[in-house]
Ligand binder design. Structure first.
Ligand code: ZN
Ligand code: ZN
Ligand code: FE
Length: 757
């Protein structure tokens, strides 16, 4: 019997590529081979996993099937190649020591939410990690946020100061343990500890977690140290606590995110589709923007002026334990003051948040890289990223073109990210933020250095925006010994959307955003480009209107209403309410005919401002994009009419945005409800996009349309545009893994630079 089976034995040498290191792949292979009674070995070679496995063909088949279809939770298998060899009579299965080749760097993986095994362990009174807030294993836990250097070993993480106890050592070295080579492994005997510090700097004894829960239940504001920085928390169903947080944080009406204990609790507050449920419980654990139920048990101050609600499930054992102790949902918002980036060092947090938080629930495990929560929403049935950060970074994104030399792309000014590219891989950084803030600019500089070190990339080509005033542009221009590539802002948007969809053929790129520097020195933002990754042609754009008053235009939408109404000859009409509300209306209108008007803009984001102010939704904003967000919120879903806009020109043409403003004004005068006006504007704008794309296609343009720019965060608009384009047989690309807003600019710049090099 034994002899027969030996005769039938085969040996396979299998190479596995992808995210397969630091994710428990070798113990998994060891386990599977053991279960199937196969002999051989597994080891890491460079960034791949090499396996030799020997046994009966049916066993080898099952083995391969497990590799393909049931890899460890955090692994991402890109490719499996197999070579058949003669059997050599392996006995048993071993994990061999790694061979590290110098030219191949092991990728650091993203932080991952606590796995079911770890959660079961902390809930088990008999387990030694019962109630322990820092429990993790190879399938979960901190990664990117704690890594200081490569290789990804404990010594190069913020876990370095903690030396493993004998029990943890044993688990770490046991190939059959799910903590085999888990770098952040720890337990109550040897790992980080929680502490609760009152704002008065008095450290409280007792159980920090229970104390924090008590304070929260008592309507207090508690700062909580998470994976990528500090959050501020209050009880989500307490009007008093939420208002207290808003008042202290000087955050007037920007919605807060809410952490709920599980999916069931999420479903009690919001409508949750299967796609949304999968996102909520994915290892990346992002904030998911959902539609709130009418009777949701949440304080009205959590997300005023919107029926959306951002929900997130606990992603560390600390969060799970805290939610259990509190017994209800909590607001969990970035620990920062207005425009500052999220605080992530203890001392900095105490200084910045001391006036906001009543207490700090903190711990002694350091955070190496400040990383915000990611944000996603489901549009037209698929996930669209709004902010790509914790849980997704630094997963590489495949480029449809090869970067011949290493590239650094410096991104935009607001919602900045950076991208490093080499070969076919783009490494898009975490959300960095608004570079005009000094602290954020410093973290931009830090991120450039950190990525260079982590991924061993020394850029030879540096891509930047055309805008001469962006700090990211001056940063690039001051570097020496590199080749610079300037990429127009909206070309970068469309390039990013193409990369996001792994597309490299020419597209009609529709780029609608706030403001971006155009090739002609005016401010673009309502563009129809025929583009590939190499270059673009501007085929159509919204009719330019003057920016009345420089930077003030960004925060005062009523100025855009003034610009459009002036264009229509209606600025002085006595029945325009927005004019009556604004004491400086006439002065601002006069700017239009003076030398003081800013450059003209074709921005659709600014057209939204004009309509929002005209109908009385919002004259002045507290955060970027607020006017458009609130206009979208009031859209009457039952409205069937739509405005239209004329086109001027032939092969290249302009879209008369002022036609929308004129129609809205006429409806206002006719007493039409503003909800219907908002709906007619959204529907009309979508129809205009479809008509303009149709016209570009008629003149020989491509069949594929790529939609990018912050305006396409608008779900009502995006769904109408996608439906309209598909009805006309267009192939539509919209954003999925990277956001349509300026968070995608660095990725687009990198792709264009790679194509041009
Ligand atoms: Zn785990
Ligand atoms: Zn231990
Ligand atoms: Fe933009």
């Amino acid at each position: 019997m034994t002899r027969i089976s030996t005769a039938q034995s085969q040996r396979h040498r299998i190479t596995v590529r992808g995210t397969v290191q630091g994710v428990g792949f070798r113990p998994f292979v060891h386990q599977v081979a053991g279960d199937l009674a196969l002999g051989g070995w597994v080891k890491n070679v460079g960034s791949t996993v090499l396996i030799e496995v020997e046994g009966q063909p049916s066993g080898l088949h099952s083995f391969r099937e497990m590799l393909e279809n049931h890899p460890p939770r955090l692994a991402n298998v890109d490719q499996i190649s197999t070579v058949q060899l003669d059997a050599v009579g392996y006995r048993g299965f071993e994990i061999l020591r790694s061979e590290k080749s110098l030219d191949e760097k092991v990728l650091v993986t993203p932080d991952a939410a606590a796995c079911a095994d770890c959660l079961a362990e902390i809930a088990d009174p008999a387990a030694r990690r019962y109630g322990y807030a820092f429990t993790n294993c190879t399938n979960c836990g901190p990664r990117f946020t704690i890594v200081a250097d490569i290789p990804y070993d404990r010594i190069n993480t913020t876990m370095a100061p903690f030396s493993m106890c004998a029990d943890c050592q044993a688990e770490y070295h046991d190939p059959n343990d799910r903590r085999f080579h888990a770098q952040p492994i720890c337990c109550p005997a040897c790992g980080p500890t929680l502490s609760l510090v009152k704002a008065s700097r008095q450290s409280l004894g007792g159980n920090a977690l229970q104390e924090a829960a008590t304070l929260l239940r008592d309507n207090k504001v508690v700062a909580i140290k998470g994976l990528g920085g500090f959050h501020l928390a209050v009880l989500a169903n307490s009007e008093l606590a939420v208002n207290r947080l808003r008042a202290r944080k000087h955050r007037e009406d920007k919605p807060f995110a809410v952490m709920v204990c599980d999916l069931e609790a999420a479903q009690a507050l919001c409508e949750v589709s299967d796609t949304e449920a999968a996102l909520l419980s994915s290892p990346a654990r992002p904030i998911v923007l959902l539609s709130r139920r009418a009777n949701a048990g949440i304080a009205s101050g959590v997300a005023p002026l919107t029926s959306d609600l951002g929900l997130i499930l606990p992603y560390t054992p600390l969060h799970s334990l805290l939610l259990d102790a509190v017994g209800g949902p909590i607001v969990l918002t970035s620990g920062n003051v207005s425009d500052e980036p999220i605080a992530f060092h203890d001392q900095e947090a105490e200084e910045q948040l001391g006036g906001i938080a009543d207490a700090f629930l903190t711990h002694n495990r350091g955070i190496r890289t400040r990383t915000d929560d990611s944000v996603v929403r489901v549009v037209a049935g698929s996930a669209m990223t709004v902010r790509r950060s914790r849980g997704y970074v630094p997963n590489p994104i495949q480029l449809p073109v090869e970067a011949r030399r290493p590239i650094l792309a410096c991104g935009a000014e607001l919602k900045n990210t950076i991208t490093f590219a080499r070969g076919n891989q783009a490494l898009l950084s975490h959300h960095i933020g608004d570079l005009k803030n000094l602290e954020t600019y410093n973290s931009f500089l830090g991120a450039v250095e950190h990525f260079e070190r982590l991924f061993g990339i020394i850029p030879e080509v540096v891509a930047h925006d055309l805008h001469p005033g962006y700090l990211s542009t001056s940063f690039a221009q001051e570097l020496s010994g590199v080749d610079l590539v300037a990429v127009q802002h909206h070309h970068a948007h469309i390039g990013a959307c193409m990369v996001d969809n792994d597309h490299s053929d020419p597209v009609i790129g529709v780029a609608f955003d706030g403001l971006g520097y155009g090739s002609d020195g005016t401010m673009w933002g309502g563009e129809f480009l025929v583009a590939d990754l190499l270059d673009f042609e501007r085929m159509a754009w919204f009719e330019p209107v003057p920016l009345l008053g420089g930077d003030a235009v960004m925060s005062e939408p009523w100025r855009m209403a003034a610009a459009y109404l002036d264009l229509l000859g209606e600025a002085e009409s006595p029945d325009v309410e927005v004019a009556l509300r604004q004491p400086r209306w006439n002065d601002v209108v006069r700017l239009a005919s003076s030398d003081l008007a800013g450059p003209p803009t074709s921005s659709v984001g600014r057209l939204f401002d004009a309509i929002a102010a005209l109908v009385g939704v919002r004259d002045v904003v507290n955060y970027e994009g607020q006017a458009a967000v609130e206009l979208e919120q009031i859209v009457d879903p039952h409205e069937t009419d739509a405005y239209s806009a004329r086109f001027d020109g032939n092969n290249t043409f302009t879209v008369r945005g002022s036609d929308f403003v004129a129609s809205a004004l006429a409806d206002l005068r006719g007493g039409v409800d503003k909800r219907r006006i908002a709906a007619r504007f959204h529907r009309g704008l979508a129809e205009t996009v479809v008509a303009a794309c149709d016209r570009v296609r008629e003149t020989g343009g491509p069949q594929t349309v790529a939609l990018s720019g912050g305006v396409f965060l608008n779900k009502v608009l995006l769904e109408h545009v996608i439906a309209g384009l598909e009805e006309k047989q267009f192939h539509v690309l919209s954003h999925r893994r990277v956001p349509p807003n300026d968070g995608c600019i660095s990725l687009g710049q990198a792709a264009v630079a790679a194509a041009r090099d």
